[in-house]
Every structure is written in C-alpha cells, then in structure tokens.
Design a protein around this ligand. Structure first.
Ligand code: ADP
Ligand code: MG
Length: 298
C-alpha cells in the first residue's frame, strides 16, 4: 500500500501557562491518504486547530512544547527549518481559516493578492499571473471574475471572500488543503455552497482535504472518513464510508483500546452525550486529574 500523504504519530502539544501546563493535544494519531477528504469534528477546545496548526508549523507561541511525529510524504515536518516550512506551505499544504478577513489584506485588490501569491512560487509574467488569477476565481465560482478581480475584499460578501481564500489556497496547487471551520461564519445556504466547492477540489485538483468543524452534520456528507476529537481521555472515534458509499458506523470494541478489526479507530455516536457534557472543561485541571485530550486515529 502506498504510504499516506500525511501521517501524524502520537502528537502531543502542550503550552506552558501561568496556570500550569495546558495539554492541548495529547497523543493524537491519524493519517490522510492522497486525495482523501477527512473530517475532524469535536467540541470547542478539543485541540482541532492546534493539531492542524502544528502540521502547518504555524503556532508561534514560544511556550508550546511538542512531541511526536508529523510525516508529510514520509518527511518529518517537526524537524524542518522555518525556511523549508515556508516552501511546504507555499507549494504542498495550504490552510484556510474561519474568517477570511483576517487573512485577506483590506488595502489590496483581490487580484493583486492572488497574483502576489502566484508570483512567489511561480515564474509568471504579469499577464500570465492575471490570467491564472482569473481562472482560479472562475474555478471557485466568482461571477464575472474579469471584473471582480479588481475589487477589494470589503466589496465581496462573506461567502465570496471565503471563495477568494480558497482560490488563494489553491493557487499553489496543494496536495493537502486544510480548512479550519471554513463555513462557521456563513449562513446556511452559503455554507452548503462552500462545502460543495471543497468537495469538488478533490475531483478537479486531486487535493486531499482535512475539513475541521464542530458540526458533525457538515462533514457527514462530504468526508470519506471522520475523526472525532474529545476533550476527554482515551476516546477516539470515526466512521468510514462503506464500499457502497453509505455511512457505516464502525462499532467500538473497547473504550480504551480504540481500534476495531480493520485497524481503524472506533466510533460511537452514543458518546455524543459525553461530548456535550464535557464542553467547557478546564483543560489545565481536567476531571480525573489528567489533562483532557482528544484522540483520533485513522
Ligand atoms: P479547537 O480548535 O478544537 O476549538 P484549539 O485547538 O484551538 O481547540 O485549542 C485546544 C486547547 O488548547 C484549548 O483549551 C485552548 O485554550 C488551548 N490553547 C490553544 N492555544 C494555546 C496557547 N497559545 N496557549 C495556551 N493554551 C492554548
Ligand atoms: Mg479551532
């Protein structure tokens, strides 16, 4: 079997704080195959963002402590220099966030920002960069892209700005796109359109996608596999698509061993209750004395 595109092995991320050590992620393992769409769901604070920001090496808190391995195409990104990491981020892994306004620069046109990004990693002349930017805007469903390319971010609606963010992310033709709650700030109809777009990326770009959300319903439809993260120890879940394309819950054998016969991680939707009850858990002083962390495996 081909090696996974991304393999996270026993990743632990803690932060030294005045109140003690916050174990944001405690021993998470999962993998993502080429072209696969993996959903990560979990309550707020369960470590979803910290996990994927660690993959991108974008956590710049000097108090962060890491353990474990992050293998991307077999290479451990944990040991890679920031310069080399910038290349990985520009060419191989891209990330989009909940609020596009924090990532788009309000003083430059949308087109300028996409062209700038294209120029950083490609050798294109001005006309070529503009053509490519228009093509990307077309692909993410911006109407009249030849005109809209010269607009500023504030002239776009929230959903359209998220599309622009996706265009920016795709400009590097990434093998892996990480979307961290990309639809949370959007209304329901627009959410559905953005998810449809994310789904089409696999088809048109062959990109693998990791889609983070706190809403199971959002990913149920588009993910090949779902990992559930809990702010509670030793629980891990997932379900996988069966051969026929329907959803098959994989039942849990043991709450602590966490693996079923297929070697996949184990799910149980009955744990939804625990999931909600633990919301707002104080991770620096978790129930049971151990920090609460999410565990998921694929
Ligand atoms: P999620 O994305 O699942 O909502 P996060 O990954 O953002 O959760 O956060 C996981 C936990 O780590 C939270 O309890 C959060 O408060 C904590 N955390 C994140 N970043 C820091 C930091 N820089 N310093 C201290 N604690 C942090
Ligand atoms: Mg988050």
């Amino acid at each position: 079997m081909a090696e996974p595109l991304l393999e996270v092995k026993d990743l632990k991320v803690s932060f030294r704080t005045e109140d003690g050590l916050v174990r944001a992620v405690d021993g998470i393992s999962f993998s993502v195959d080429e072209g696969e769409v993996v959903g990560i769901v979990g309550e707020s604070g369960s470590g979803k963002s910290v996990t994927m920001m660690s993959v991108m090496r974008l956590i710049n808190d000097p108090n962060a402590i890491y353990q474990g391995e992050i293998l991307f195409k077999g290479r451990n990104l944990m040991g890679v220099s920031q310069d080399a990491m910038r290349e990985v981020r520009g060419e191989e892994i891209a990330m989009i966030f909940q609020d596009p306004m924090t990532s788009l620069n309000p003083v430059y046109t949308v087109g300028w920002q996409i062209e700038e990004q294209l120029n950083e990693h490609n050798d294109l002349n001005k006309g070529q960069a503009r053509q490519r930017a228009i093509a990307l805007l077309t692909q993410v469903g911006i109407p009249k892209p030849e005109q809209r390319i010269d607009d500023y971010p504030h002239q776009f609606s929230g959903g359209m700005r998220q599309r622009v963010m996706i265009a920016l992310a795709l400009s590097c033709n990434p093998d892996l796109l990480i979307a961290d709650e990309p639809t949370t700030a959007l209304d329901v109809t627009i959410q559905a359109q953005i998810l449809e777009l994310v789904k089409s990326l696999k088809r048109e770009f062959g990109s693998a996608v990791v889609l983070i959300t706190h809403d199971l319903g959002v990913v149920a439809d588009i993910a090949d596999r779902i990992l559930v993260m809990y702010a509670a120890p030793r629980i891990r879940s997932c379900r996988q698509r069966s051969e026929t394309g329907t959803w098959m819950p994989v039942t849990s054998r043991s709450r602590t061993s966490g693996s079923d016969a297929t070697g996949r991680s184990t799910p149980s939707w009955r744990r939804r209750r625990e999931f909600t009850e633990r919301q707002g858990a104080d991770l620096a002083a978790p129930p049971g004395g151990r920090a609460g962390f999410a565990r998921a495996a694929g």
